[in-house]
Design a protein around this ligand. Structure first.
Ligand code: FES
Length: 185
């Protein structure tokens, strides 16, 4: 049946036409709601995927190469990035940690203006350098023996060896050694 568009009769309420500004507001709120929904979904998805990936702690390797032996002249060479001193004497090479045994600051090497005689492990020896910690004043003799300040023990010595494939020096932080260790090269 054909529907006739009859004019509204007097006294009858007319259907209200949506105002254009109301329509715009509704559309904006709709988009805002959709955006929030998508953001919530993405957040949940990320949290779910992240929970499936294990937390892995990447630690630097404890065994690493520091260069060929001829890069280390007589005396002490400081490897800042490794916080290590590589020493060379007639008897051979050795590695001493630059990490203070008090709270872990990096110690500084100090060349003495005059050699000094000290008692080390029951023997009188002449030393020409020391290590001083700038944080709380700990002092160590040249072989790492602590003698002043709050440091509770000597600086750690680490095993040194040469790599079979290319002859480079390898430091092994997992293997502390005695202060009489020397690598002959
Ligand atoms: S960290 Fe070296 S003396 Fe405290």
């Amino acid at each position: 049946m054909k529907k006739l568009n009859l004019p509204a009769q007097a006294g009858q309420p007319q259907a209200e036409k949506p105002k254009p500004e109301n329509a715009g507001r509704r559309s904006f709120l709709g988009k805002l709601g959709l955006g929030a929904l998508i953001a919530g979904f993405l957040g949940q998805s990320y949290a779910l995927l992240r929970a499936l990936v294990p937390n892995v702690l990447y630690e630097p390797p404890s065994r690493f190469k520091v260069g060929s032996p001829d890069q280390f002249p007589a005396g002490m060479t400081f490897l800042e990035d490794r916080r290590l001193f590589i020493g060379r004497e007639q008897e051979g090479l050795y590695a001493i940690s630059a990490t203070c045994t008090h709270l872990g600051c990096t110690v500084k090497m100090v060349n003495l203006s005059q050699p000094r005689k000290v008692q080390l492990r029951g023997k009188q020896v002449e030393i020409s350098r020391e290590f001083h910690c700038p944080c709380h004043g700990s002092k160590y003799y040249g072989d790492g023996t602590n003698y002043a300040g709050p440091a509770p023990k000597p600086l750690t010595w680490y095993k040194l060896e040469t790599a079979a494939e290319d002859g480079q020096l390898v430091v092994d932080l997992s293997q502390p050694v005695g202060r009489d260790f020397r690598l002959k090269v």
